[in-house]
Design a binder for this molecule. Structure first.
Ligand code: ADP
Ligand code: MG
Length: 216
């Protein structure tokens, strides 16, 4: 599923963001990535998404490897990954349903099949009743649920959530982690990062702790 082998990332030939990081995650695993701000969490997720290239080491996601992937294969990898950010990144010129539908369209899924899947994932995140609302009318927690629905639409191998609760209060944050954990139980590998390690304590799963770019 996911193998990170001896990854080092050095920015501008001098800033060591990650140093010899290794771990692996299997199908349906719930991985908690914690560490203070600047410890390398986002860098690690960007490397897995292959938005950044490792300076040394190799990452394998399903059949894709950082050593072998070509620019033309990148979109194929990305279609199999779901990504969620702290700031939601929703489109407010269309409704909840259309936000998820668009994500499927990009992956080539359209028409009735798309409609069925959108309905399904909105159900998973508990937003069925808000299907025709504009995202701007949703609460922070609901916005993040929508972002998760969108990331989940194409049945990704791996869902990466980078500080998804960063702009939410404690109650909403807990609901979002609960949802991500539920998604991992349905078979998608989930990696969720947070600079607050106590937030993730309650949920079972593999704990990765970064400090100054090193796993400890
Ligand atoms: P976190 O997500 O845990 O806050 P980051 O992965 O964003 O940490 O950053 C890790 C380190 O890498 C920090 O010291 C940061 O300044 C540095 N860094 C991140 N991105 C870049 C970049 N594009 N260029 C140079 N340094 C960067
Ligand atoms: Mg970060």
């Amino acid at each position: 599923m996911l193998t990170v082998s001896e990854i080092t990332k050095i920015y501008d030939e001098k800033w060591v963001a990650l140093e010899r990081v290794s771990f692996s995650a299997g199908k349906g695993e719930f991985v908690k990535l914690v560490g203070p701000s600047g410890s390398g969490k986002t860098t690690l997720l960007k490397l897995i998404y292959m938005e950044e290239r490792p300076t040394r080491g190799e990452i394998r996601v399903a059949d894709f490897s950082t050593e072998e992937i070509t620019p033309r294969q990148l979109p194929l990898l990305r279609r199999r990954l779901g990504v969620v950010f702290q700031d939601f990144r929703l489109l407010c010129d269309r409704d909840v349903f259309a936000n998820v539908n668009l994500a499927l369209g990009i992956c080539g899924i359209k028409g009735r099949r798309a409609t069925k899947r959108v309905t399904e994932v909105l159900g998973v995140v508990g937003l069925s009743a808000k299907s025709h609302e504009n995202p701007s009318s949703l609460s922070g927690g609901e916005k993040q649920k929508l972002a998760i629905a969108r990331a989940l639409a194409n049945n990704p191998y791996l869902l990466l959530a980078d500080e998804p609760t960063g702009s939410l209060d404690h109650g909403n944050a807990t609901a979002i982690i609960d949802l991500l954990h539920h998604i991992s139980q349905m078979g998608t590998t989930v990696i969720v990062s947070s600079h607050k390690d106590d937030l993730l304590e309650t949920w079972p799963g593999r704990l990765l702790r970064l400090e100054n770019g090193k796993l400890i």
